[in-house]
Design a protein around this ligand. Structure first.
Ligand code: FES
Length: 168
């Protein structure tokens, strides 16, 4: 006489039994639980990202090849971009506040493998933490492995110093 055995399997085991790969499983879990699953590309660097409370502080196009956006520096809460040495990653750009109300903005993507770069105030340069590439503020490579410069965007500060436009 055969005994009927009930086996409790986890969702993962069940899905694996259907032949789903690990990445398919991850996609399934993300959809199923409605949790945020981010890729490496979305990963903010230390120093800033486009946090949710800045929605109204940044207007315009922040990603792609036609970057053209304006930051209300009085409303941008994640970082005080009126303070020398602060920086923020906004869309595809890194925006850095220098002394005397000067700003630079460059592509955030390291030209080596696309990791998001960060600003180093003490060295006054830009560094990629992934493999250690360093860039000058004019975008040029200071140290590899990156071989190509970062794209520099045009920055324009309003007369009252409260609004910064970044344009490709
Ligand atoms: S991705 Fe930036 S140094 Fe490799």
């Amino acid at each position: 006489m055969e005994t009927q055995e009930k086996k409790i399997v986890s969702r993962g085991e069940f899905l694996r039994s259907l032949g789903m790969s690990s990445s398919a499983l991850m996609a399934f879990y993300c959809m199923g639980t409605l949790t945020a699953c981010s890729s490496k590309d979305d990963d903010p660097t230390p120093g800033g990202n486009t946090g949710g409370n800045n929605t109204n502080a940044v207007t315009g196009t922040t990603t792609g090849s036609n970057i053209d956006f304006t930051i209300d520096l009085t409303a941008y809460k994640e970082k005080n971009l009126k303070t020398e040495g602060e920086f923020a990653v906004i869309g595809d750009a890194i925006v850095i506040a220098l002394s005397n109300q000067k700003y630079v903005a460059l592509s955030k993507k390291c030209t080596h493998e696309g990791f998001t770069v960060g600003y180093r105030k003490a060295e006054n340069d830009i560094r990629c933490a992934n493999h250690g590439s360093e860039f000058k503020l004019d975008g040029s490579v200071q140290m590899g492995p990156a071989a190509s410069p970062l794209t520099v965007f045009k920055t324009t500060l309003s007369a009252d110093g409260n609004s910064l436009t970044v344009k490709a």
